[in-house]
Design a binder for this molecule. Structure first.
Ligand code: ATP
Length: 427
């Protein structure tokens, strides 16, 4: 029979990583019970706007083929590993695990998972559903991790799937700088192009596969298919041992978190795609953050492109009132601030024409005329021709942006955000 095991909320800002705890669970199940995962373990990114997340709001799950009599041993092993590795002493770490026996995931659970990726769900909702569908839960402290654990087990990747190979560090290296051979990452990127992605920031050349946190992750290589990942791993050179690695099936880079909705329907702590027209001139504030307003005629929101989004801000700065756009981003209410969507992508559907009002051109010599004062006509500064009956003229300006999709650079991109190259991909 198929046993689905999900876990979440085992890490803290000081260390650990839920994906590593799962890697240790898989290792123990192999060693102790000779059990192997049926498929790639799942790494499910949940609502990126969730205020409880430590970093990337990841939850994980694995499917195993287990004989009925071994079920208890599996649960004991999962529990033991969680006790050993979870950061239980951290006040904000509330681990949870779930165990579901069954070949197919009930629709109601799959819907719960989609909801947890897009918006907020409650622990009560998770516990009620678990009870209804005979999902066994294991709770540590407040057990908030049960939400993520249930969502990971129940996710069926309705928006597509990508893969990530995560290589882990030996304990004695954790917390030290990751000494990665940058040249080898460039080489890996080149040799696996079209299959791996987001290895480097194309503009800054910055290596993107290494995190900057004290966690056990050495690096992660993302791919559209799993078949190139081991080749990619063999090319990357690091000056420290790789303790282990695991390939995960993920919902990263699929836009699974986005709800297509209207501005008036945007709920706090959700991630949306909303259509509207620009209603203000962009403003740039100290720190380099750019803001502009959007409205659908009924509801107005502020759009924000923060400083870390670098050149993406140029697109937002170029918008003018009347432009029609679809804004992609998240809404996290902040006290004292107008409702603001933190942008991750913008689709400029229609640019309005931009005009300036200028003095007329001299009909005699072609030079731009000067005003003689209010309602007093114009005079040419070159040939001195005077005209009382001429009027100021409207001149069309070329816009410094074109219609299309603009995205934040890879270094500022959310795990779930679908990159433009991926949107445009044929297969
Ligand atoms: P990392 O990515 O480094 O593994 P994290 O960012 O995943 O860490 P967690 O420590 O797992 O953060 O904390 C997130 C907590 O929020 C978990 O308890 C999880 O169950 C809960 N959670 C996740 N998504 C939602 C949601 N949509 N609604 C309510 N709670 C959620």
């Amino acid at each position: 029979m198929t046993l689905h095991v999900g876990i979440d909320d085992t890490d803290s800002r000081r260390g650990m990583c839920t994906t590593y705890v799962l890697a240790m669970i898989i290792d123990e199940l192999k060693k102790k019970l000779n059990l192997q995962p049926i498929d790639f373990p799942k790494l499910v990114r949940l609502n990126p706007t969730c205020p409880y997340k430590t970093r990337g709001n990841a939850a994980v799950a694995v499917e195993l083929d287990v004989g009925g009599e071994r079920l208890e041993e599996v649960k004991e092993t999962v529990k033991d590993v969680m006790v050993r590795f979870a950061e239980l002493e951290d006040p904000d770490t509330d681990p949870g695990a779930v165990f579901y026996v069954g070949g197919t995931i009930p629709r109601e659970l799959a819907n719960f998972s989609n909801k947890a990726v897009k918006e907020m769900v409650s622990l009560e909702e998770a516990l009620n559903l678990a009870k209804k569908h005979n999902v066994e839960v294991l709770k540590f402290k407040k057990g908030r991790g049960i939400i993520g654990a249930l969502a990971a087990v129940s996710n069926e990747f309705p928006y597509g799937v990508t893969y990530e190979l995560i290589a882990y560090r030996s304990p004695k290296y954790r917390g030290k700088p990751r000494e990665i051979d940058i040249e080898s990452v460039f080489k890996m990127d080149l040799k696996t192009k079209g299959c791996t992605f987001d290895n480097l920031d194309p503009k800054s050349g910055e290596v993107k596969i290494t995190p900057h946190t004290p966690c056990p992750v050495l690096f992660g290589i993302r791919a559209l298919r799993p078949d190139c990942l081991e080749k990619a791993l063999s090319i990357v050179k690091v000056r420290e041992p790789i303790e282990r690695y695991l390939i995960f099936k993920t919902n990263q880079a699929t836009d699974a978190h986005i709800m297509v909705t209207s501005l008036s329907e945007v709920k706090p702590f959700t991630n949306v795609a909303v259509k509207g027209r620009i209603t203000s001139t962009p403003v740039i504030i100290r720190g380099g953050h750019v803001f502009v307003n959007i409205s659908d005629g009924k509801t107005e929101f502020r759009l924000a492109a923060y400083e870390p989004t670098k050149s993406f801000r140029n697109a937002i700065r170029s918008l003018i009132p009347g432009d029609e756009v679809i804004a992609y981003g998240s809404y996290k209410p902040r006290e004292g601030e107008p409702p603001t969507i933190n942008l991750e992508k913008i689709h400029i559907l229609k640019l309005v024409e931009k005009y300036v009002i200028k003095n007329p051109i001299c009909p005699k010599c072609g030079k731009r005329m000067k005003s003689e004062g209010r309602n007093k006509g114009f005079q040419c500064p070159r040939c001195k021709y005077r005209a009382k009956d001429l009027e100021r003229v409207k001149e069309k300006l070329t816009r410094d942006i074109v219609e299309g999709i603009y995205e934040v650079p890879p270094r500022a991109r959310r795990h779930l955000t679908k990159p433009i190259f991926h949107i445009n991909r044929k297969t």
